[in-house]
Each structure stands twice: as structure tokens, then as C-alpha cells.
Design a protein. Structure first.
Length: 392
């Protein structure tokens, strides 16, 4: 039986964590001993902790208050300047020392190390004679940012791993163009989902939000962090459609994050404070997806946005920004949904107006989506993972 060690820096409620849990849930504990190391113990902020399968052995690297308290405050965006300086300048050498000591113990009986968010690059010297895998969740243009120094640094980090996993064909092509030397150890594995589980969760009651099931509403979901997501564009585009075309549907936003106060203020400024519903973090967003008229996605960049796959699996009509990678591939370059340029508020307004009540176009998108959905099935992804990553 092979022993696998997965690693992430933290376990928040983002897409990376959700994909990781889907993968862990798809692996057979009769075939593998599975460990999960989490760098920071963030306590109550770890909303997805109870979704980790019971057969996974969970280990925290940094779990004492002095090493985690300022990190918690930084994640929650309520850290003071002294606290930030302490976290960024004082703690790193101590964290690295603890990290090194605990990782040495954890990897002794491990066959394959899967760095699921690329935060172990500084410790790969500890993994001699171990198979190492890095998962890349964002486009390389995001990592690079136009700087050759960053490009070279990132290439050096990736070269330390036995295998580098890209989440879509666009990411793989982009990676090989930027880093030709990595061609032979770069592979592509799609994020995947358990369609049956999503459909079962989608049938759950909306609870306090049950009244929405009897209304027409648009939906968006994700972490409220404007550095990556663009809920500002979403709210402005929705408000423009209300003003220009008299759209009656409300906009429901599922998610939590540091940008919430600014987005609430924006909804008020745009004149739609009562029409925009901030539903907060929901452990089951699928019950909201099931009833929405349109699913709206306005990220600035992504790797492979799983939320679009989830919305497709529930037959929702989608309007999405054509992020540098991922969204176009999922929506079959416009065959399975409407794609608009990132940041283009007028385009979002027009797309909402065009698709909201166009049942014929919605039907065409739904039929086309069946082709791509087959490639995101969890059983197919697990087989790829076992063959390409573990080497079964």
C-alpha cells in the first residue's frame, strides 16, 4: 500500500480546498494510506474541515498560538501594522524551522508528496528519493506578471518537482511556452466533481432562503476578495441591466470575504441595495444554484474555475468572463455559455439582458455542455491521478 502526503498552506473555503477534498474523497483508502499536512491551524476559519474524509490523517505544521494568531488576523483582514510586521518579518525564520522539523518526520514513510498549492517549493531539498508533485491552480501570467525575474524564479521552483500538474490544456500550453525545459514533466488533469453528490445537495431545502425558490434570481458565488474575483464588475453590470432594461430578478451573492463591506456599499451607491442579497458563506451553494435563472461569473484570473463546472452540471445558463485560462475551455469557447471580456461592465449588462429569458439559447448551451461535462467526472479524474501522478 502506497502512502500519499497531500499538503496545503491553509484550509479555507476556496476553490483549491474544495478540489482537494473532492480528490481525497475519490481515492480508495483500501489502496492508499492518505495523509494531509496543513501548514497553518486557523481554527474556526477552517469551514471545510469537517468535509475531509475520516480516513485521511490530518497533521498541522504550525499549530501554536504564537505561530498562528497573526496569520488568522491577516486572513480575516483585521491585523494591525505591528501584527503584520511580526507576521511578515519576525516569524518566518521560526516558522521555517518548525516546518522543516515536522516535515522530516511526516515524510519518512511517504511514497508520493503532492504539494497541492505549491507552498513546499522551499522544502524540496528534504524530499530526496521521493516522488514529488506540484499542482498549479492559476495561469502563469498571474504568477509571472510580466517580470522576467519572477518568471525565472517560478521556473526554478517548478523544476524541483518530479511532476507538475496543470488544470487545463490552456494552462499546460502556456506553461510549456514559458518553460520549455519543463515539457517532459508537465501533465494536465482537470478538476473534477461528483455529479451525483452535487445533485443530491442541490435538492436540499433553502431554509431561510426558501422564498427564493419561488422567485427569479441571478446567482454568483465565490470568495469576496477583489484581488482575484470581480464582484465590483458583477454588481455594476447587474445594476446597469436594472436601470437600462428594467430587470426584475434579484442578484444573490453566495460567499464571504474581506471585500464584503465595500461591495455592500457599492450596491447602495449603484441604487440596488435591496435587490442584491449577500447570503454569506454557504457550505452547500448547490441548493442556490439549482433555482437560479442565470449563473454569473466575473473573475479576473483563474486556473480552472470549478464553480463553472458545478453550474454546468446543474444545467444553469452561464455568463462568464473569459479569464486567461479555464473559463473558455469549460464553456467550449462560447458553445456552452456566454463569454465576455474581464472588467467589461456594459458587455455583462447586455449579456444578462440577452440570455435571461432566451430559452432557445439556454437549451442550446445545455445540450452542448453535455460533451464537456463527461471530462469532469470524478471517477475519470481519479483514474488519471492514479495513472499519471501516483504511477499505478
Amino acid at each position: 500500500m502506497k502512502t500519499l502526503l497531500f499538503h496545503v498552506n491553509s484550509l479555507l473555503a476556496g476553490g483549491i480546498e474544495k478540489v482537494l477534498i473532492e480528490l481525497l474523497s475519490g481515492l480508495d483508502p483500501a489502496k492508499y494510506r492518505i495523509k494531509l499536512s496543513i501548514a497553518h491551524n486557523l481554527g474556526e476559519l477552517e469551514i471545510l474541515r469537517d468535509r475531509i474524509p475520516s480516513y485521511v490523517e490530518v497533521y498541522y505544521i504550525l499549530d501554536t498560538p504564537i505561530l498562528t494568531n497573526t496569520k488568522k488576523k491577516k486572513v480575516a483582514k483585521n491585523i494591525s501594522l505591528p501584527g503584520k510586521l511580526f507576521e511578515d518579518l519576525v516569524l518566518p525564520p521560526f516558522k521555517k524551522m518548525v516546518h522543516t522539523k515536522k516535515l522530516k518526520q511526516l515524510i519518512k514513510d511517504v511514497d508520493v508528496i503532492i504539494d497541492f498549492d505549491m507552498t513546499l517549493a522551499g522544502y524540496t531539498h528534504l524530499f530526496a528519493n521521493k516522488k514529488t508533485v506540484a499542482y498549479c491552480h492559476f495561469s502563469f501570467n498571474h504568477y509571472w506578471g510580466g517580470s522576467k525575474r519572477k518568471l525565472d524564479k517560478h521556473a526554478a521552483r517548478l523544476s524541483r518537482y518530479s511532476t507538475v500538474v496543470m488544470l487545463c490544456e490552456e494552462m499546460k500550453r502556456n506553461a510549456i511556452e514559458l518553460y520549455p525545459s519543463l515539457k517532459d514533466n508537465t501533465i494536465m488533469i482537470y478538476n473534477a466533481l461528483d455529479k451525483k453528490n452535487i445533485e443530491a445537495l442541490a435538492n436540499e431545502s433553502l431554509g431561510e432562503w426558501q422564498y427564493l425558490a419561488d422567485e427569479q434570481y441571478f446567482l454568483s458565488a465565490g470568495r469576496l476578495a477583489e484581488s482575484q474575483k470581480d464582484f465590483t464588475m458583477l454588481i455594476k453590470g447587474y445594476a446597469a441591466c436594472v436601470k437600462k432594461y428594467g430587470a426584475k430578478e434579484r442578484l444573490v451573492i453566495v460567499g464571504a470575504g474581506p471585500s464584503l463591506p465595500d461591495l455592500q456599499a457599492l450596491a447602495k451607491l449603484e441604487g440596488v441595495p435591496d435587490a442584491v442579497i449577500f447570503a454569506g458563506y454557504q457550505s452547500n451553494p448547490y441548493k442556490f444554484m439549482k433555482h437560479c435563472s442565470l449563473f454569473l461569473f466575473c473573475s479576473k484570473f483563474e486556473g480552472l474555475p470549478t464553480v463553472l463546472i458545478e453550474a454546468l452540471s446543474l444545467d444553469r445558463p452561464i455568463i462568464a468572463t473569459a479569464t486567461p485560462t479555464g473559463a473558455e475551455e469549460i464553456l467550449m469557447y462560447g458553445k456552452a455559455g456566454i463569454l465576455i471580456p474581464p472588467g467589461d461592465v456594459p458587455a455583462l449588462c447586455e449579456a444578462i439582458h440577452h440570455l435571461a429569458h432566451n430559452t432557445e439559447q439556454q437549451k442550446i448551451f445545455k445540450e452542448n455542455a453535455q460533451e464537456i461535462l463527461q471530462r469532469f467526472d470524478i471517477s475519470y479524474m481519479v483514474k488519471q491521478f492514479e495513472n499519471l501522478v501516483i504511477g499505478n
